[in-house]
Design a protein around this ligand. Structure first.
Ligand SMILES: Nc1nc2c(ncn2[C@@H]2O[C@H](COP(=O)(O)OP(=O)(O)OP(=O)(O)O)[C@@H](O)[C@H]2O)c(=O)[nH]1
Ligand SMILES: [Mg+2]
Length: 421
């Protein structure tokens, strides 16, 4: 099943916890601290695979989680790092942060590999916290707990040339006549439901051509197949606007031309600004040749127009020769700019205070996590450290501002304590 846009949820692995342990050696009554560090959580990595051409793999699997790091252990043993999770996507996939809409990565090249979410770092074991005055620290750090993030994957095909036009005008026939592609061709509307991409080798050059479903008037309002699939020609450098010059369905070719351009401009500048070559197709069915002159007259200065028959192959070489020449002078498509490099930004100073009931206050936020991961309230020295942090980081002042008084309860992380001046 072809899919070109999906929303998925990804979570990097948590960091493993550091541990509290002490050396036990024969004849040494009080061994030093020996708690090892936790391992790093696995990253979420996106990688281009040339074996897939759309996002169909994400139809049912939408949640991805990298492995957590393991806790450290005694004898200063490190916890094992969590395994990275590699998610394969087709070339041309643009990854956005769903909440900000910003581009996080553009999977533009065959070998692209991007770490989109970094695993949490492991906590340090108690041996890191030994000082001359604190020889037996009974606390260690917890690993960083990562958050899940929603990402939007959007396939914006990377092709040089796009084919646009009404349904049934012969776009797929044209693609099949210049490449090895065997797209479905039939005498009814919307034969092509998903893009056909093919390599064209001609005049000593090679380029990629994308055939997309036909557009009709009102497509931008959702008529026909709508305009969603235009994302596959957004990155093309040149369009071939295919017209049924023989009016095989009774429509006027010039009105068709205007109607398609109107839909392209409604979709946006990304496609309406792409230069066009016009292919007046089905020449073999044309009875009144004056229609061609009229069409060319209406075009005015625009000269890139070719009378062709995708069916008999007449005029195709001239058309493709012009495409090759034009491509030589058109700028290469650039990789999209990354707008957000680190989605999992942590403001370690951020916290929020709230009165949740009479005489009960709660403190939440990154700062709380940051402090709590270093403390073990059953340990005296650790407790002192905790008291100092909540005062120095402004938590007590913030609580006082919203009414904290002597004897009130403060909930912070998993702990509850009574406030005494
Ligand atoms: N006589 C004649 N028929 C053609 C020519 N090109 C295409 N056709 C026929 O027109 C019909 C539609 O061709 P397709 O290539 O499927 O048209 P399309 O533009 O891809 O149509 P959609 O995928 O529905 O948008 C088929 O029956 C083709 O055989 C041509 O140059 N001459
Ligand atoms: Mg088609």
């Amino acid at each position: 099943m072809f899919l070109d846009k999906v929303k998925i949820e990804c979570k990097a692995g948590n960091g493993g916890n550091g541990v509290v342990a002490f050396r036990r050696e024969k004849f040494v009554p009080n061994g030093g601290p020996s708690g090892g560090d936790g391992g790093k959580g696995g990253d979420i990595i996106f990688k281009v695979s040339n074996n897939i051409d759309n996002l169909g793999d994400f139809r049912f699997k939408k949640k991805f989680k990298a492995e957590d790091g393991l806790s450290g252990s005694a004898n200063n043993k490190f916890g094992k790092d969590g395994k990275d999770l590699i998610i394969y996507v087709p070339k041309g996939t643009v990854i956005k942060n769903a909440s900000s809409g910003k581009v996080v990565a553009d999977m533009f090249d065959d070998n692209d590999e991007v770490v989109v979410l970094k695993g949490g770092i492991g906590g340090r074991g108690n041996s890191h916290f030994a000082t001359p005055t604190r020889q037996a620290p009974r606390f260690a750090e917890q690993g960083v707990v990562t958050k899940p993030f929603e990402l939007i994957l959007e396939l914006k095909t990377l092709a040089d040339v796009g084919l646009v036009g009404f349904p049934n005008v012969g776009k797929s026939t044209l693609l099949s006549s210049v490449s090895n592609a065997k797209p479905k061709i039939a005498n009814y509307h919307f034969t092509t439901l998903t893009p056909n991409i093919a390599v064209v080798n001609a005049f000593g050059k090679s380029f990629i051509m994308a055939d997309i479903p036909g557009l009709i008037s009102g497509a931008s309002e959702g008529l026909g197949l709508g305009t969603e699939f235009l994302r596959h020609i957004e990155r093309t450098r040149l369009l071939i606007h295919v017209i049924d010059i023989a009016s095989t369905e009774g429509r006027d070719p010039w009105s068709d031309y205007l109607a398609i351009n109107k839909e392209l401009s409604k979709y946006g500048e990304s496609v309406s600004k792409i230069p066009q070559i016009i292919a007046l197709n089905k020449a073999d069915m044309l009875i009144d040749k004056s229609i061609v002159d009229k069409f060319i007259n209406n075009l005015g200065a625009h000269k890139d127009v070719f009378l062709i028959s995708a069916y008999t192959h007449s005029g195709i070489d001239e058309l493709i020769e012009c495409v090759v020449k034009k491509l030589e002078n058109l700028p290469k498509v650039e990789r999209l700019e990354v707008e957000e490099t680190n989605i999992d930004k942590r403001n370690l100073k951020e916290f929020k205070v709230e009165k949740i009931a009479d005489n009960i206050y709660e403190v939440t936020g990154e700062l709380v996590f940051e402090i709590m991961k270093r403390v073990n309230l059953e340990d005296m020295t650790s407790n002192a450290y905790f008291q100092k942090r909540i005062k120095n980081d402004g938590i007590i002042d913030a609580l006082k501002n919203i009414g904290l008084q002597e004897g009130d309860l403060i909930r912070i992380g998993e702990y509850e304590l009574q406030y005494l001046e």
